[in-house]
Write a protein that binds this ligand. Structure first.
Ligand code: CAA
Length: 257
């Protein structure tokens, strides 16, 4: 399938999505969000894909939601359309998604990275939520996910001042899992994704669900939730295979069910 705003390929069980609107620094317009959901639908349905990577260009992961598309909208229209509701589907995916971020990740671009399961950042990456300068607030979960990721003090400062975090500070603050040299970002992210995709897919998806659940519920309920999913994996081929392979001192051959 051909997309106008994305490049999509599958390599060694990894689905790679490259945002591709260079003329607008990958600004997220409705078409890009719709195509991103279509691509994610297809990659999630593909049994030969175990992990996804979303990346942008060297200059911009994405410089925000598309300001030109939004500028003339009025309140009743944007409310009736529930504008950006489609973006919520990105965070609801089952398979692990890594964001490989170089350059600007501003506004909706930062929010898209936050919807992924973790972020690898190039040393050129810059994260920020500049919406207040446009007379609005973040609208794709930025105030919520940034606060959970960084705590109130930093999230409030970043949203109110629009200050950008460079990659090192983003890593220190817990927004980014690793900082990598820009030239190595994609290859090393794909390497991590291949590692995940080679493991048991049901177990990887359950780790994702458990960690995400930790942001929403209390500790005792979270541990109960985790324990039930742990128990359920004993119905999988991959649990038998993973444990038998360990005992037999051989490499496991996961079948992802
Ligand atoms: N929406 C639409 N177009 C954008 C855009 C955006 N978010 N960001 C950049 N572009 C366009 C520019 O208008 C420009 O187009 P033209 O060549 O047609 O003029 C092109 O991309 C290149 O951008 P610049 O010339 O501005 O590049 P630069 O290197 O001088 O500056 C930048 C880079 C600092 C990132 C600057 O482009 C910028 O400030 N962009 C906007 C950042 C922003 O405010 N993002 C938040 C958007 S609102 C949002 O995201 C709401 C939400 O929470 C959902």
């Amino acid at each position: 399938m051909n997309y106008e705003t994305l490049l999509v390929e599958v390599r060694e069980r990894v689905g790679l999505i490259t945002l591709n609107r260079p003329q607008a620094l990958n600004a997220l317009n409705s078409q890009l969000i719709a195509e991103l959901n279509q691509a994610l639908d297809r990659l999630e349905a593909d049994p030969e894909v175990g992990c996804l990577v979303i990346t942008g260009s060297a200059k911009a992961f994405a410089a925000g939601a598309d300001i030109k598309e939004m500028a003339d909208k009025g309140f009743p229209q944007i409310y009736l359309d529930d504008f950006f509701a489609a973006a919520d589907r990105i965070a609801a995916r089952r398979k692990p998604i890594i964001a490989a971020v170089a350059g600007y990740a501003l506004g909706g671009g930062c929010e898209l990275a936050l919807m992924c399961d973790f972020i690898y950042a190039a040393d050129t990456a810059r994260f920020g939520l500049p919406e207040l300068s446009l007379g609005v607030i973040p609208g794709i979960g930025g105030t919520q996910r940034l606060t959970r990721a960084l705590g109130k003090a930093k999230a409030m400062e970043l949203c109110l001042t629009g200050r950008q975090l460079h990659a090192e500070e983003a890593e220190r603050a817990g927004l980014v899992a690793r900082v990598l040299p820009a030239a190595e970002l994609l290859e090393r992210t794909l390497e991590a994704a291949r590692g995940i995709a080679g493991k048991s897919l049901p177990a990887a998806m359950m780790i994702k669900e458990c960690v995400n659940r930790a942001e929403e519920i209390g500790l005792a309920e979270g541990v109960r939730f985790e324990r039930r999913l742990f128990h359920s994996l004993f119905a999988s081929h991959d649990q038998k295979e993973g444990m038998q392979a360990f005992v037999a001192k051989r490499a496991p051959n996961f079948r992802h069910h």
